[in-house]
Every structure is written in C-alpha cells, then in structure tokens.
Design a protein around this ligand. Structure first.
Ligand SMILES: *[C@@H]1O[C@H](CO)[C@@H](O)[C@H](O)[C@H]1NC(C)=O
Ligand SMILES: *[C@@H]1O[C@H](CO)[C@@H](O)[C@H](O)[C@H]1NC(C)=O
Ligand SMILES: *[C@@H]1O[C@H](CO)[C@@H](O)[C@H](O)[C@H]1NC(C)=O
Ligand SMILES: *[C@@H]1O[C@H](CO)[C@@H](O)[C@H](O)[C@H]1NC(C)=O
Ligand SMILES: *[C@@H]1O[C@H](CO)[C@@H](O)[C@H](O)[C@H]1NC(C)=O
Ligand SMILES: *[C@@H]1O[C@H](CO)[C@@H](O)[C@H](O)[C@H]1NC(C)=O
Length: 362
C-alpha cells in the first residue's frame, strides 16, 4: 500500500486539464485492432487489418475476433474487436520521432470465438522493455472491478525512431489486444526532470531514456473526471479522487472563481495539466492541524513510484507566505517537512508541482 497524506494547516493538493490543447503531439496513433474499419469517436481510430504497422504474415500469425457479448458499459471502439495471437509472438511497429511517448494498451477480456478470457496469459514488450509478464487481462479486470481497462506506459524512443509492441502468448495460451494508442509527450515532462525528492532514502533511480514508466493513477483532486480529449493534447484521462480518500476526513473542495485565470509559467508550462485540474482542489481548511487528509493508493510492491503533486492556490483569503503551510507524508514517512504554498508558487492561480520518489513499504 502506498499512502500519501498531507496534514497541518491548510492544504491543497490537486492534480489536473482544459479546452485548448497547448501541446501538439508530433506522433499520434490510434489503432483499433482486429478490424479493417476506420472509426471516428472523439478521435480517429484506424483499423489494423492491412495497416502498415503489422507484419506481412499477419493473417497466419493472428486472427480477428469479436467478443461473444459486448457489455453495454463498454465503448464499442476499440473494444468491439480484438486481434488474437494463439501461435507465436506478434509485433506491431510504429515509425515515430525520437523522444518520450505514451503507449496505451486497451483490453476487454471477453470470450472471443470459444477462447475463454480466463485462459489468456501473455507478455508484452516494447523497444526492449518488458512491460507485462504472464499477464491476465481477466484477473486484472476483476481486481480493478471493471470490464475494460487501459494499461498506460511511457517509453523513451531513442534514435531507432520506431516503437515496437510485441505480444507473446504464454504456453498453451493466447494473447489479445483491442486497441493501441501512441502519443508523444514534451521532452521533460516525465523524463530527465530534476528536483526529485526521495522518501526515506537519500538517492534513488532517475527517470531517463533507459527506463520505461507505467502510470498507475492520475487524479483530479476535488473535481470531476476529465476525459482524455479534455487533456492538454496528450489524451491523459484524469480520474476523480473521491474513492481513494482514506478515513472519514475528506476535507473541503473549493472551486476557483471562473473569472480568475490559471497562470502557467516556464516552470509549469500550459501542457503540464489542464486548467480544470487547477481550478478544483481538496483543502484541509483551518482544521488541518487536527487531522490528516489521506489517500490510499494500492500498488504492486517491489517498485519505485514517482508522485507528482500539483498545487495551485485558488482560495482568495490566502494571499501570502505563512498562511498555507503543511507537511506531506508518503507511506507514513515525512516526505516534506514544510510546504509553504506561496513560497512554492508565485501567487494565487500559479500552478506548481512537487515531485517525490517513494518505494512501496510492504
Ligand atoms: C500540429 O502539428 C501538425 C504536424 O505535426 C500540423 O499539421 C498541425 O497543423 C499542428 N496543429 C496545430 C494546432 O498547431
Ligand atoms: C512473421 O513475420 C515476422 C517479421 O516479418 C517474423 O519475425 C516472424 O518470425 C514471422 N512469423 C512466422 C510464424 O512466420
Ligand atoms: C489458433 O486459432 C486458429 C483460429 O481459431 C486455429 O485454427 C488454430 O488451431 C489455433 N492454434 C492453436 C495452437 O491453438
Ligand atoms: C502464468 O500464470 C498462471 C496463473 O497464475 C500460472 O498457472 C502459470 O504457470 C504462469 N506461467 C508462467 C510461464 O509463469
Ligand atoms: C501508517 O500508519 C498507520 C497507523 O499506524 C497504519 O495503520 C498504516 O498501516 C501505515 N501505513 C503504511 C503504508 O505503512
Ligand atoms: C498524520 O500522519 C502521520 C504519519 O503517519 C502521523 O505521524 C501523524 O500522527 C498523523 N497526524 C494526525 C493528526 O493524525
């Protein structure tokens, strides 16, 4: 379990999005697998049949299938088709520019032409990184208590200028995929950024091009769900934080006056997070010395986790240093002894991030 809690004085922790798209992704691929058809939802999905991203022997090394039953809660694109790999490894190859990319894999574990979802175990690798090993989409969906889900990774593509995604079925099993999405990200948003604070240790891993990342949670504190199309151009969905709050104390959820502006800066460029993220927050109000506001986020043990906390003052009563001061605990350990919001930001409406690296304790 990885818990982060912020107690003391007033607190605002927010993660966040907007209507304009400040980042124009150089690479953008939305591939609906197991279909020849192009479909436009809030974005354009191309079918992978006969696409230039699949190998010439696709028809002998894979087949297309539709789920026996499509749950009404599941969007038909890209989940109404799948490509199935039951004999050998299969590699998609995308020509991309050098730099960091999001790789999003869409899974709907269902019965595909007599193949039961619980019989599927497979591995996925990309550009030499092992992303999933003997993975069961069926078990993952039951654990997440959902029907379909997206696994989101970040890969730094070097001068090879190509991103490969390889599916390998486990012995006597089969692999499948419903959709593949690739979107580039700004150079230093996730990789090679300084200013990391390590929790409970003095040093730790740096995120550079030799490392692949997986996103586990992206929460909009105190606000609503923000869809990928309302992100800043990277199609990142932002989830509500409500269900992750631990204990009875959920704080206050003030909202920024719509007439006030969010002021992005060189340190926090406009692509960092949508305005909507910064316009809402979860605040501990004046009771903050009496309780902890805690989020409980389940993770796999044995990995390092990077936490990016987004802060922005939106409460008009607070205008200067010394007024919004709090501690941050991650896994019960002090991650920051004292954050003074106005020392961190330049004033109300200025978003800023604090980054931490923690390791799961259990
Ligand atoms: C985004 O970049 C593409 C080419 O990479 C260009 O065609 C398009 O006009 C750009 N869009 C915006 C809004 O700048
Ligand atoms: C299919 O083609 C790929 C590359 O074109 C090759 O690596 C793979 O071995 C082939 N698979 C089979 C089963 O022939
Ligand atoms: C893979 O699936 C195809 C199509 O359903 C089937 O003909 C073939 O026998 C299967 N191969 C294995 C090894 O299960
Ligand atoms: C994959 O996981 C299943 C279920 O836990 C297990 O039975 C199987 O032995 C595993 N296979 C490998 C290659 O680890
Ligand atoms: C944090 O401390 C509380 C109270 O002692 C304990 O119940 C909880 O398990 C701890 N959490 C972690 C992640 O160590
Ligand atoms: C808040 O959490 C920290 C770390 O677990 C703990 O030391 C502290 O006693 C807690 N404070 C309150 C008011 O519960």
């Amino acid at each position: 379990m990885l818990t982060s809690s912020l107690p003391f004085f007033s607190l605002l922790l927010l993660f966040s999005t907007t209507t304009a798209q400040p980042y124009n992704a150089t690479d953008r691929f939305f591939l609906a697998c197991g279909t020849p058809t192009t479909t436009t939802t809030d974005r354009r999905w191309d079918g992978d049949q006969n696409s230039k991203f699949v190998p010439p022997n696709t028809t002998t090394t894979s087949f297309s299938a539709t789920p026996l039953h499509l749950d009404p809660s599941v969007p038909s694109t890209p989940y109404s088709h799948a490509r199935i790999f039951n004999t050998s490894s299969f590699t998609y190859t995308f020509p991309v520019s050098e730099g960091p990319k999001f790789l999003r894999l869409y899974f709907y574990p269902a019965t595909y032409t007599n193949l039961k979802p619980e019989q599927s175990f497979f591995s996925v690798s990309s550009n030499g990184f092992s992303l999933l090993t003997n993975f069961s989409a069926f078990l993952t969906a039951s654990y997440l208590e959902t029907t379909s889900f997206i696994k989101e990774f970040m890969i730094y593509v070097t001068d090879t200028q190509s991103l490969s995604v390889t599916f390998t079925p486990s012995l006597n099993s089969y692999a499948f995929i419903n959709g593949i999405e690739i979107v580039s990200t700004p150079e230093t948003l996730y990789f090679s950024v300084g200013g990391l604070k390590y929790v409970g240790q003095t040093t730790g891993p740096v995120t550079d091009s030799n490392m692949a990342l997986e996103n586990i949670y992206r929460l909009n504190m105190g606000g609503g769900h923000i869809s990928g199309t309302d992100d800043t151009g990277m199609y990142r969905p932002w989830e509500q934080d409500n269900s992750y709050i631990y204990g009875a104390a959920s704080g206050l959820t003030p909202v920024y006056d719509p007439k006030e502006q969010i002021m992005y800066t060189n340190e926090t460029p406009s692509y960092t997070a949508p305005e909507l993220v910064y316009r809402t927050q979860r605040s501990m109000g004046k009771q903050s010395d009496r309780y902890n506001l805690t989020w409980l986020l389940s993770v796999d043990s044995g990995f390092y986790y990077k936490l990016r906390l987004h802060f922005c003052n939106i409460i008009p009563q607070y205008t200067k240093t010394g007024q919004v001061v709090f501690k941050i605990f991650i896994n019960n350990q002090t991650a920051d002894e004292e954050i003074d919001l106005f020392q961190l930001t330049q004033g109300s409406g200025y978003p800023r991030q604090a980054r931490f690296v923690g390791r799961d304790a259990s």
